[in-house]
Design a binder for this molecule. Structure first.
Ligand code: G16
Length: 542
């Protein structure tokens, strides 16, 4: 019997860059998760009898909210719910499951790379039938609904046993608990040359994959160790834990410093990688060389034809605006279009659906292709392994070859986390006020050629997204970008993206800090970061 529960609206349920992310204590309030889930369902149409996929990254509160979501999906009329065993589904595996089963959509419970545990973060995002994050038209409708909601629908039914594969009825809805890994691993086998990678492993290539106690552990163990024959122990921190072992499951040089140290040691493995809380991000480190996510995108695009799935070539390459322009140079060399979108994987979905882009990537350690509609950490690792297996060169050689062909985009991102919102807003407003007068001026010896607040018109549906970050472009291809993060859960996070282009006839082996020093000084002069944020240093440099 369907229960209608009276509720009152919360005022803070605006989805950010990737769904609703809040502290666990906020999500754990009575009706909080229920209001948001019902607002999602109330923003959708014609799903009676359809299939909904539900899964999460295993973080604290995952199992409880999955039970809630199952009951609510049943009460709202979905015909079938597919749930990953243990409540586990990586974000790319959820995307694949939605597509494979032609589901109406999916709920993914994750706060991605944010830490987990009773005092940390939780999140819910809705993905549409193409497997990708809901576009802004839907997230705006969800937010509007959260402000007026006064009831939600649920059932009074026992918990579903999430740990046993099989089917149960919740109300009249079929709930199927399924293997979260197998279908995804099968998809990977169709994309890449597994025999070539297996042969490379058999000849002694060594890998290290840090799953950061997050969702990719079971996926990486199945694919790398079982299907590709990597040595047992290749996957470290492979058991998903509700608090990620007390760490940030964020694959960058700060939070994956143990992997970095291993890769810089004299007896380092040939290839190292890590993934984040929900398995969509990747960190790539070769022996003695860190590959920035922007460079990784460019290198993967330039070499993708070596993998079976991309042997026919790419239709186009898309990157988010703050991502370095290295990939654009590859697109130009390949004679294919390059797309520049706002930050957020949701902006790639229409390009992928329309067949305009094949490979997409972001500076925030996300890369992926048209095989699903999310970024995909293990996919990036496997494409790299496929390239290594075919080229039979070291990572250092491959990266240096690329720079000598295309030039090098020195790149770093400085994050100022948890700064007062008023100061961050004032900084952005002051920058916007300067945009018209900056072109033609010189700062730190760099001449400004253009300055704008990035606006994007989707080439497939004409939808417009304004105010996506302030770009200051310099003569010679260097850039500074200022943006406020849409994924933080406390205060504001200012992101400062620094990029300096050095052509292939220039000096390609500066240290990154040395190469970017003039841009860092210019950024302070242009934005008065210290005054507005009260900070003298960024919290995180990636
Ligand atoms: C999400 C989005 C990405 C975005 C990243 C950082 O990733 O899917 O597209 O680049 O957040 O966004 P922001 O700079 O607004 O914090 P994830 O891995 O957190 O889902």
């Amino acid at each position: 019997m369907i229960q209608t529960v009276q509720t009152t609206a919360f005022t803070d349920q605006k989805p950010g860059t990737s769904g609703l992310r809040k502290k666990v204590r906020i999500f754990a309030q009575p009706h909080y998760a229920e209001n948001f889930i019902q607002s999602v369902f109330d923003s959708l149409a014609d799903f009676a009898g359809e299939t909904l996929v539900i899964g999460g990254d295993g973080r604290y509160l995952n199992r409880e909210v999955i039970q809630t979501a199952i009951r609510m999906a049943a009460a709202n009329g979905f015909g079938t719910v597919l749930v990953g065993r243990g409540g586990i589904l990586s974000t790319p595996a959820a995307s694949h499951m939605i597509r494979l089963h032609k589901a109406y959509g999916g709920l993914i419970l994750s706060a991605s790379h944010n830490p987990g545990g009773p005092d940390e973060d939780f999140g819910i995002k809705y993905n549409i039938g193409n497997g990708g994050p809901a576009p802004e038209a839907i997230t705006d409708a969800i937010y509007a609904r959260t402000k007026t909601i006064d009831r939600y629908l649920t059932l009074d039914t026992p918990d579903v046993d999430l740990d046993r594969d099989g089917e149960t009825l919740v109300g009249t809805t079929r709930v199927r608990v399924v293997d979260p890994v197998a279908a995804y691993a099968d998809l990977m086998e169709t994309l890449f040359d597994f025999p070539a990678i297996r042969a490379m492993m058999a000849s002694g290539t060594r890998l290290s994959f840090d799953a950061m106690h997050a969702v990719t552990g079971p996926y990486a163990t199945e694919i790398l160790e079982r299907r590709l024959g990597a040595a047992p122990g290749t996957v470290v921190n492979g058991t998903p834990l509700p608090d990620f072992g007390g760490h940030h499951p964020d694959p960058n040089l700060v939070h994956a410093h143990e992997l970095h140290a291993r890769m810089m040691a004299p007896d380092a493995p040939d290839f190292g990688a890590a993934s984040d809380g929900d398995g969509d991000r990747n960190l790539i480190i070769g022996r003695n060389i860190f590959v920035t996510p922007s460079d990784s995108l460019a290198l993967l695009a330039a070499n993708a034809h070596l993998a079976p799935a991309y042997a026919k070539g790419l239709a186009g390459i898309a990157r988010s605006m703050p991502t370095s322009q290295a990939a654009d140079r590859v697109a130009a060399a390949l004679g294919i279009p390059a797309y520049e979108t706002p930050t957020g994987w949701k902006f790639f979905g229409t390009l992928l659906d329309a067949g305009l882009a094949t490979i997409c990537g972001e500076e925030s350690a996300g890369t992926g292709s048209d095989h699903v509609r999310e970024k995909d950490g293990l996919w990036a690792v496997l494409l790299w392994l496929n390239i290594l297996a075919v080229r039979r060169q070291s990572m250092v050689e491959i990266v240096h070859d690329h720079w000598s062909l295309f030039g090098r985009n020195y790149y770093a991102r400085h994050d100022y986390e948890g700064v007062p919102t008023a100061g961050a807003d004032a900084l952005m407003a002051a920058l916007r006020a300067q945009l018209d007068t900056l072109p033609g001026t010189t700062v730190e010896g760099l001449t400004v050629t253009a300055a704008d607040d990035f606006a994007y018109t989707d080439p497939t549906d004409g939808s417009v997204s304004l105010k996506q970050g302030v770009r200051i472009l310099f003569d010679g291809g260097s850039r500074i970008v200022f943006r406020l993060s849409g994924t933080g859960t406390e205060g504001a996070t200012l992101r400062l993206y620094l990029e300096r282009y050095e052509p292939n006839d220039g000096k390609l082996d500066h240290s990154v800090a040395e190469a970017l020093a003039p841009l860092i000084t210019a950024a302070e002069k242009l934005a008065s970061i210290k005054t507005h944020t009260g900070r003298t240093e960024p919290d995180v440099i990636t």
